[in-house]
Design a protein around this ligand. Sequence first.
Ligand SMILES: CC/C=C\C/C=C\C/C=C\C/C=C\C/C=C\C/C=C\CC/C=C/C(=O)SCCNC(=O)CCNC(=O)[C@H](O)C(C)(C)COP(=O)(O)OP(=O)(O)OC[C@H]1O[C@@H](n2cnc3c(N)ncnc32)[C@H](O)[C@@H]1OP(=O)(O)O
Ligand SMILES: Cc1cc2nc3c(=O)[nH]c(=O)nc-3n(C[C@H](O)[C@H](O)[C@H](O)COP(=O)(O)OP(=O)(O)OC[C@H]3O[C@@H](n4cnc5c(N)ncnc54)[C@H](O)[C@@H]3O)c2cc1C
Length: 664
Amino acid sequence: MEGGVDYLIDERKKAQFDVEAMKVAWAGSRQAFELSDRIAKLVANDPIFEKFSRPMLGRKELFKNSLRKVAHAWKLIIDLRLSEEEAKLLRHYIDEPAYTDLQWEMFIPAIEGQGTEEQKRKWLPLARKMQVIGSYAQTELGHGSNVQGLETTATFDPQTDEFVIHSPTLTSSKWWPGGTAKVSTHAIVYARLILDGQFHGVHGFIVQLRNLENHTPLPGITVGDIGMKFGNGAYNTMDNGVIRFNHVHIPRNQMLMRVSQVTREGKFVQSDVPRQLLYGTMVYVRQKIVADASKALSRAVCIATRYSAVRRQFGSRNGGPEIQVIDYKTQQSRLFPLLASAYAFRFVGEWLKWLYTDVKQRLEANDFSTLPEAHACTAGLKSLTTSATADGIEECRKLCGGHGYLVSSGIPELFATYVPACTFEGDNVVMMLQVARFLVKTVSELGYKQPVGTTAYMRRVTALMQSNCAVRTAEEWLNPGVVVEAFEARSTRMAVACGQRLAKFENPEEGFAELSADLVEASLAHCQVIVVSKFVEKLQQEIPGKGVKRLLEVLFYVYALFLLHKHQGDFLATGYLTPKQASLANDQLRILYSKVRPNAIALVDSFNHTDHLLSSILGRYDGNVYPKLYEAAFNDPFNDSDIADGIHQYVQPMLRQELHSAKL
Ligand SMILES: CC/C=C\C/C=C\C/C=C\C/C=C\C/C=C\C/C=C\CC/C=C/C(=O)SCCNC(=O)CCNC(=O)[C@H](O)C(C)(C)COP(=O)(O)OP(=O)(O)OC[C@H]1O[C@@H](n2cnc3c(N)ncnc32)[C@H](O)[C@@H]1OP(=O)(O)O
Ligand SMILES: Cc1cc2nc3c(=O)[nH]c(=O)nc-3n(C[C@H](O)[C@H](O)[C@H](O)COP(=O)(O)OP(=O)(O)OC[C@H]3O[C@@H](n4cnc5c(N)ncnc54)[C@H](O)[C@@H]3O)c2cc1C
C-alpha cells in the first residue's frame, strides 16, 4: 500500500452521524457555514495565497510576500464588495499574521471603545478605508503585564495645546507592537498623562508615526523591527516594532477622551466611565482569541486524526496490514480529548462572543455593571483555551511520530504561530490571577450578596460544600447534571479554601501573593466549570441532523471526564469524589473512546478545513500521505543538486585526508 487513500474512504463510511449537519453545528448556523465555506474556497483557489513555501523564505522575502497578500486581499474586498464579516473571514483563511490584524482588531476597536464621538467621526472612516494604518503600542521594553507601570510620558503643553510624547529611558521604548516596524502610519500609544507636573494615570493617544506621502518616520521618532521570532515563517510575517519618542508633539484632541478628558486649560476631567474601560480593547481581543482557539486546535487535531488512521505500526499477521495507530487505546486517550476540547472551545467561544456583544451594548448605554464579570471571563477563558491549545498542538505533533516534526506536516508552523497567544493580550498566569481577584471577592461576599453570571452556582455554596457525589457505576457518569455538579463542587471548595486561608493574613495583598499558585488552580477550576456548563447548554438546544446531537454528547462526556481524570487530585483532595468514583469515571472514558473511534475521521471532516488551510501532507483530505511526502522531499530546493554547496570544500578534503592543506 503506497498511499493512504483507501484508508480514509473506509473511515468515512464508518460515520454514524450526518457530517453535513455537523459542519453546520460547528459553524454555528447554515448561513455561517455557507459564508465561511465560500471564503475558504476563494482563498484556497487563489495562487497568491499559497503558503506551503513560507517556512523556506528569508525574512525580507517573507515580509514582502505578506504585504503582497494583504494588498491582493484588500483589492478582492473592494472588487467583490465583501462585507466586514467576509473580510474578517478572508483574513482568517489567508492565515498569515499581518499588520491588518492590528488595524482591524486593535486600532479600530480602541478608537471605537475609547474615543469620543468626534474622534470616531474623524478617525474611523480613514482607518476603515485603509487611508491610515494603525497599531497598538502599549508594551515597552521594560514593562508589559503591568500597564500602570508604563514609562512613556504624555505631557500637556498649554502654550501649544499639544501633548508631548516622550520615551524618557531605554526601558520605556515601545517594544512588540505588531505592524509598527515597517508599515503603520499611526499608533495608539499608551502613556502616563502628566498635567502641570501631576501624574493622572495611563491613557491612549493617537500618534502619527510616518509621513503619509513617503512613509519615512516623522521627526523625533526612531522606529525599527525587534528581530526574528520563534520558528520559520510563523509570526515572522508580522513586523513587531520598537519605537522611541523624542519629544513628539501631537494635538490635544488626539488623546482618546471617552474615559477622561483634558481641557484647553490643561484640567483633568474624570467622567463617570470607569477607568478600566481603557483596557477595553484587550477585553475585546481576549474574547476573539477564545473564539479562535478552537480553530487552531481543530487544525492540529484534524491533521493528527487523519494521519493516525493512515499510519500503521505492529500487529501484522501472515503478511497482512499492520494496525492503524488510531486503534491503540493510548493514541485514543491522547487524541480524542483534544478532539473533544476543540468542540468544547468552539461552543464556549460562541457563548463568550454573545457575552461580549451584550457587555458592549451595555457599555454604550453607560451600564458598567457586567464589566467585572466580562473581564474575569475573557481573561480566564483566554488563559485556559490558549494554554490547552498550545499544549494540544504539541501533543498532536507527537501523535504524528517523526513525520510530525517535518515542516510539511503543517504542525511546526502552526505551533510557532500559535504559542505567543499564551503571552500576548495578557500572560496566561497574570490573567488567571485576575480571575482569582474576582473569585476571592465573590467568595468573601457570599454571606450577603448573591453571586450572578458564571459564579451563580456558588449560591448553592452550602450544598456544594457538604454533599458528595452519588455515582455508583460507570454508567451513572453519563448524566450532565452529575458531571457539572462535580465540577461546581470542586471549584467552590477550592475557592472557599483559598478564601479561608487568605483570611488568616493580616495584609490581604501579602496573602494573595503568598497563595497565588493555589489561587491560579482555583481559577482554572472555575473556568473549567464555565466550559463544561456552556457545552451542556449547547446540548440543551435543538441540534438538527441524524446522530449529530448524540455524537456531541459523547464528546461532552469525553471532554469533562478527561478533565476529571487529569485533575482527579483536586476532586479527591476536596473530598467530593471517592477514589472508586474517580476510577469509574476513567472506566467510562475508555468506553467513550470506543464510541468516538468509528466517527473520528468524520468528526474532523466536520471542521470543513480546506487542504490549503491545513497546509499539511499528513492531514490531506485524501489521506495520500506517503507519495506526497516523497514528492515533497525531492521538490525541496535543498535537493536541487546531488552535491550540496560546501561538499567539495569541506567534506572531500576530509575524506582524502587533506584537511590540513585545505582552505577553510
Ligand atoms: C488558526 C490560527 C493559527 C494561528 C494564529 C495564531 C495566533 C492567533 C491567535 C489568536 C488571535 C485571534 C484574534 C486576535 C486578533 C487580533 C490581534 C492580533 C494580534 C494580537 C497582538 C497582541 C497584542 C498585545 O499583546 S497588546 C498588549 C496586551 N497587554 C496586556 O494584556 C497587559 C496585561 N495587563 C493588564 O491587563 C493589566 O495591567 C492588569 C494585569 C489587568 C492589571 O491592571 P491594573 O494594575 O490596572 O489593575 P488591578 O489589578 O489593580 O485591577 C484594578 C481593577 O480593575 C479590574 N480590571 C483589570 N483589567 C480590567 C479590564 N480589562 N476590564 C475590566 N476590569 C479590569 C481588576 O479586576 C480590578 O478590579 P477590582 O478592583 O474590582 O479587583
Ligand atoms: C507575538 C507577540 C505580539 C505582541 N504584540 C503586541 C502588540 O501589538 N502591542 C503591544 O502593546 N504588545 C504586544 N505584545 C506584548 C505582549 O502583550 C506582552 O508580551 C504580554 O502582555 C506579556 O508581558 P511581558 O512580556 O511583560 O511578560 P512579563 O510580565 O515580563 O512575564 C514574564 C513572567 O513573569 C510572570 N509574571 C509577571 N507578572 C506576574 C505577577 N504579577 N504574578 C505572577 N507572575 C507574574 C509571567 O507569568 C511570566 O512567567 C506582543 C507579544 C508577543 C509575544
